[in-house]
Design a protein around this ligand. Structure first.
Ligand code: B1M
Length: 218
């Protein structure tokens, strides 16, 4: 799945979809997702350029103290109402391409981005083991010991990013580092940070995550 530019009508629909998330309107989100599918907007585009974009705008409102936790939770509810529809329509690549474990690091419960990455990676033909959120270092290590090709970690808080480095160190100590490719992502995570902690790859969105999984497994 490649990032695409959308024609004007779809672009307007995507803007309305993002807006409906920001306006905390699950019923409208559902309507717009159904409309988008009917009009031939690709589900991954509606997911990333509609729903995820809306959640990022909610983040800006949260940062500006226009929204507080209750609004953010309602926005997440609206986002998931659309997510549940779109994920069923993502075109699935056939054939086994490898196994990816994904989790949000310890101390962090932000899992919306990880869940988007998960469905996109699955749709690209990879088996995904979802470790969930607030995942302790040892559970990441255990997942690698049980056999995965890629370990993906997500963090949304500057305070939990160091836990990604702890997982890499724990993998080295357990003699497992060369058995797995490590990818990291999440809003505060950067390429420089990924390189500094010795990860094999980094992506700033779900399209990038799929590309990185494919690249590191080449
Ligand atoms: Co909170 N939160 N939150 N929050 N929250 C942030 C992250 C924050 C930046 C808001 C702010 O202050 N401006 C701030 C962190 C500050 C910091 O860095 N230190 C923050 C805070 C402080 C907190 C609490 C402490 C608030 C409190 O209680 N006082 C608390 C922490 C709880 C905890 O984790 N221990 C908290 C709680 C919550 C809610 C529960 C209300 C809710 C989470 C609901 C949930 O996820 N189940 C929430 C939300 C929703 C947000 C914001 C507003 C939005 C995050 C989001 O969903 N983005 C967020 C603001 C922001 O990020 N600017 C904020 C949309 C999502 C689609 O994007 O997750 O970035 P994202 O994922 C993208 C990419 O990053 C990438 O692909 C995804 C799809 O495109 N990606 C990867 C993600 N993972 C990847 C992995 C990869 C590759 C790419 O490879 C493996």
């Amino acid at each position: 799945m490649e990032k695409r530019d959308e024609p004007a009508i779809s672009a307007e629909l995507l803007t309305r979809l993002a807006r409906a998330v920001v306006d905390l309107q699950p019923a409208l989100v559902i309507d717009l997702c159904q409309q988008a599918l009917k009009e031939g907007v690709a589900p991954d585009v509606a997911l990333n350029q509609g729903l995820a974009k809306g959640m990022r705008q909610v983040g800006e409102k949260f940062a500006a103290r226009e929204y507080f936790v209750p609004e953010v939770l309602l926005a997440a509810k609206a986002m998931y109402a659309g997510f549940d529809i779109l994920k069923e329509h993502l075109p699935q690549k056939q054939g086994y391409r490898g196994r990816v474990a994904l989790g949000v690091v310890q101390g962090d419960i932000h899992d919306i981005g990880k869940n988007i990455v998960k469905v996109m990676v699955q749709a690209a033909g990879f088996e995904v083991i979802d470790l969930g959120r607030n995942v302790p270092v040892e559970r990441f290590v255990a997942a690698v010991r049980n056999g995965v090709d890629v370990l993906g970690m997500s963090s949304l808080m500057t305070t939990t990013m160091p836990n990604m480095a702890k997982v890499v160190i724990a993998l080295e100590r357990a003699g497992l580092r060369n058995r797995v490719k490590v990818l990291v992502g999440g809003a505060p995570v950067t390429k420089v940070f990924a390189e500094r902690i010795g990860a094999d790859g980094y992506a700033d969105d779900a399209y990038g995550a799929v590309k990185e999984v494919e690249r590191v497994l080449k």
